[in-house]
Unconditional design. Structure first.
Length: 179
């Protein structure tokens, strides 16, 4: 059987939001808000040590939220960090690969790509002409952009509803750039 892996559903998000430790569900950002996030979160540099620090920060933040996620950070074709937290599954790694490919192809976050298609009244799956088994324009993959160099890598989270995956990556990058 060639079934596509499924990320957590809205009902999973609703169930998680009723738990006392769960943070409020993130709001759905607009296309201009998503574009501004990417401009604002361009980094002055990104080293192996930066990948390790960002990855560990994401693990810490995911644990605080009891989020069952997998985390992946790459620069070029090299995986610099990967972690799978309790409750994540091999399907999350498949989603990571599919979302990462969208960032590599379009040069912007997977959530922004999907949002741009929806803003045009269509979907990525209907209109991109890309294989949905290899590409997923769902939230959670974000470009690692460096000043003067452009997009040099990706940071990806999978395991939550797409807006929450995206929000976790953005929150981690905001904390990372503030430190």
């Amino acid at each position: 059987m060639n079934a596509k892996p499924a990320e957590r559903t809205a009902s999973s998000e609703q169930a998680a939001s009723t738990s006392p430790a769960a943070p409020a569900a993130p709001s759905v950002p607009s296309v201009p808000e998503l574009e501004e996030q990417e401009r604002r979160l361009t980094l002055p540099h990104f080293t192996y040590e930066d990948a390790w620090a960002l990855g560990n920060l994401l693990v810490e933040m995911a644990r605080e939220r009891e989020a069952p996620v997998a985390i992946d950070i790459r620069r070029g074709g090299q995986q610099l960090f990967h972690a799978a937290l309790p409750g994540s599954t091999p399907d999350n790694d498949a989603w990571i690969d599919r979302k990462r490919r969208v960032v590599e192809r379009y040069g912007c976050s997977s959530y922004l790509v999907g949002s741009r298609f929806r803003a045009k009244g269509t979907t990525f799956e209907e209109s991109s002409r890309l294989d949905p088994d290899r590409y997923a324009a769902h939230g959670g993959a974000f470009p690692i952009a460096v000043e003067g160099a452009g997009v040099i890598g990706t940071v990806v989270v999978s395991g939550l509803p797409q807006v929450a995956d995206h929000a976790l990556v953005v929150a981690a990058l905001e904390r990372f750039t503030a430190s």
